[in-house]
Design a protein around this ligand. Sequence first.
Ligand code: HAM
Length: 413
Amino acid sequence: MQALPGFRDFLPEDCARRNYIFARWRKVARRYGFLEWEGPPLEATELYKRKSGAEIVEQLFNFTDKGEREVALRPELTPTLARVVAAHEREFKKPLKWFSIGQFFRYEKQQRGRLREHFQLNCDIIGENDLAADVELVALSIDILRAFGFTEKDFVVRISDRGFWTDFFRDNKVPAERWDDLLQAIDKSARESREKTAAKMGELADPVFATLKSGGKNTKLEQLVEGLRARGLANFVAIDVGIVRGLAYYTGIVFEVFDRAGNLRAIAGGGRYDNLISQLSDGALSLPSLGFAMGDVVLRELINEIPRAHEAMRKAIASDSKIDIYVVIAKEQRRADALGQIQQLRDRGYRVDYPLTATKVARQFQAAEDLGARVALLYGDEWPQVKVKDMASGEQQLLAHENLITHIEPKLH
Ligand code: HAM
């Protein structure tokens, strides 16, 4: 039996890489004052039908549960966030700054950077209209990637404004009911043939292509860049009105993060969705909102491509996977004494390992080395003294067992 297509098994090394990513996501989100929250992995299918847009609905893992409810594994977090905020907003001061790390499911065609499950970091700010929030959010996405060792040479945040296109449609007298389809066509234009995009756009094809080529201008986007310049982060962004995002609920500034080399799918994406909470609460509550999500799959690919980032990950994982102490049991009669000591050391928070069954001493020292122990303790003929070996220098010392902890603790800090 194998895992289903698009689903991953996480062997210990894969878990170590995943935890490395999660730790940096969490650390930088907290640096920005974001609080962690979580939603359920299963939601009513209706939530996505109403809120995410056609593309995501086609990709749902959905079924009828035993209570005849139409349910779906979550493909994204934003509709859940809007639902939760609509229900609990009075309990919190605005703006809310919330982040979450979780697994998401989309029935996509498996390809490089796209699987049927992936993990996302979501960061959202709820209840703030000012552009300062957009600047803060883009800065956060940049700083998260910087925490992996990436520089402005490795990735770029492409920023855009859906308002640019809605103004364009208005100027060109396009009826509002066509706007969504046109935005979808612009979103796909970088990945589809010119003919296919042109067919969807009809008479607007030429002016849209001309605008995409010339780049377009927008004061809001220029202010956003200035806000990042004040932080020394302007080199990480580029204005690109070709970015409109596939999801239906975005209303204003949107952005996507790409590798500079252009080899990979988007690493992250997000933007403003000022009407979503109002739509979900049937107009009872309206809160301006913005956020982004970063996926683990493309991020891992980029880490593998950039030697600096890869080396930083390798080092961090190597040092995190080491144990502190290996207890060598040279004489089985000493096992009980050794176990008493092991218990005490583990209670003090040290990572301690030892052989579960009688094992040759040379093999035990080999295990100590393989596991990266800094100190080995040998329980044998010397009892009630214990031999302490510093694994790096090879230096050995005999110590009375009751003095052991005071002696080895300084070596382990
Ligand atoms: P999204 O662009 O659909 O946005 O997904 C965000 C990121 O998740 C993508 O840039 C990509 O790295 C990753 N991702 C998405 N689908 C897959 C997949 N099938 N396999 C691997 N990685 C994937 C959203 O989900 C929005 N809800 C983000 C947001 C939060 N907007 C506001 N707040």
